[in-house]
Design a protein around this ligand. Sequence first.
Ligand code: HAM
Length: 429
Amino acid sequence: MSNKLQGVRGMNDLLPDEAERWEAFEEIVRDWLKSYGYRPIRTPIVEYTKLFSRGVGEHTDIVEKEMYSFEDRLNGEQLTMRPEGTASCVRSVIEHNLIFQNPQRLYYSGPMFRHERPQKGRYRQFHQVGVEALGFAGPDVDAEHIVMCRRLWDDLGLEDVSLELNSLGDASERAEHRQALIAYLERYQDQLDEDGRRRLHTNPLRVLDTKNPALQEIVEGAPRLLEYLGEESLKHFEAVQALLREAAVPYRINPRLVRGLDYYNRTVFEWTTTRLGAQATFCAGGRYDGLIEQLGGKAAPACGFAMGMERVMLMWQEGLDTGRLSSPDVYLVHQGDKAQPFAFRVGEEIRSAGFSAVFHCGGGSFKSQMKKADASGAAYAVIVGDDEAAAGKVSLKPLRDGGEQIAVTPEELVGLLADHLYGTDEQAG
Ligand code: HAM
């Protein structure tokens, strides 16, 4: 009997209790984004594979081993289910010439796909809320992103969050540092692990990101990118920090913060917590001034970040209380051939008046239906028998704080619901 189908490993269902918490979270997030003037953009989940190999970087973990890529059976095109949102957003902005006149503050949210080993806080389908500011060169917008994150964590009541900050400088500074780093790492080639040796010439910065404790000493002694920053990059980095100090956002400079995607330059940051075990980073981003041009657009600066929604939801304890159980206003109980269509119509009238109503399906005695009405959490039962239907009336029974059952017409019913549920009365008009 084990032909029961299961969901794909690492891809989760959100059952109603959890999905309602997510909706509550999404509402908060939307208001927060609007309060900073960000506008939504929605791009497809599937893109051409080369968008990510070019955008995210040929030698990143994401492109080398984590993408869900496939060939379109009908025309042989190489397609990929997006592993992140920045490349898609930039592709769309270029394609539709969106920053031709004005810079854009944009956001998106939705599922992303990476073939990683699933564990707490790490999934193969996960969700991001991403924010991108395109066409802005100054350090003020880098700081805006960090400060707006801080506001959201405060609004959500998240505890135990810290901010790590670094600057990756500009392409030429990175190239110079890269040369020095390769020369340094080559001296330790024999001691590097397989990953390290493989990345030495392709992505030496990532060698510094190793979790291998045996390599920590080598990593410690490696030349630091911060020491290779030129005047402009340093000025930018200092200005971001000054704005953070001004906004009283504490941060720690982590010279080894390099990020797992290749498009970054200058400011990079990660928000971490000790509450999620190994998956400590719940939000991350930075500046990517070269990406628009690299993807075929007219050169323009940009920066952004994305939070992992699953990770934030694991941290949002208060959301457990604020998650609204969506109880209907009314549960419609009915019995009889005439009662059923009448109750069905009354249900529509209740909804037209702006209330929610659950129509009982599946028959059963009045008593068993009343039990269901009670269990639904509805504030009222509206009860219809054939007699009531013949008289064009329904019985309204309060289910929560006592009160008499009364017979009313459907018109009177919506008036009473308005009085009781919204507290309107005649005098108040
Ligand atoms: P990322 O660091 O790859 O950056 O991902 C951002 C966040 O998504 C991570 O900090 C984490 O919270 C979450 N995340 C990533 N992978 C998983 C996973 N397998 N399971 C659960 N959560 C995950 C980006 O994606 C960039 N596009 C961010 C950005 C936007 N940079 C500039 N603009």
